[in-house]
Ligand binder design. Sequence first.
Ligand SMILES: [Zn+2]
Length: 234
Amino acid sequence: MAIFKKSIICFLISFIFYINTFAYNIFIDPGHGGTDRGAVRGSLIESQIALTISNLVAKKLSAQKEIIIFQSRTEDSTLQLKERVDLSDKISPDLFISFHINSSHDERAKGLELYFPADKKVDFNLKKGVDAKSNLSVLIMQDYLNNLKLHKSKFAAENILTERQTEGVFTIQKRKILQAPFYVLSRSKVPSLLIELGFLTNKKEAQLLISQNYQEQLAQEISQGIINYIHSIK
Ligand SMILES: [Zn+2]
């Protein structure tokens, strides 16, 4: 009986090791939600469209056996920005990705915009229990981890952009990779992206963003870009 128990424990340890080694965790954050509806244009609501497309991306990525998906919200609920980042940091995913819908005073503005972090604000809490002599090495490590986060975030954005350029059926969108100090990007401890999926203020693009075909296509291209990214980093 003791040998049997030991075998079970060994199996469980091996299984957990297997899951941690080969699984990729992706954290999906549909922007806004609940009392915060984001941009609103007539009956079109940013928080709802972002949630629909986020759920599609989550579904497509979940179909990959090596990917585990976490979401800040799966329904129309209210969440503070800090709660989103805290949830993600607890899991420490391979990528944090927040989805939003853009708006502009210029009704002609259109297309996908991919943002990665603009600064190195993250405190990785490396100073806990460290004496003054080791302070320099802590600073060097802190800088290294921040650079790694920025590098991987940009690389993830490039993978998604490349996928969209080569495979995209809908070619009317302008495509951009930008840096911005958005809260969720600056505070996240892991590689992070914020994607503005298109402009609610552009009539043509707003109609595309609520069309099921376009949502599917967009989710497919973004998912493939994320898959390409995670396969490149491990
Ligand atoms: Zn937004």
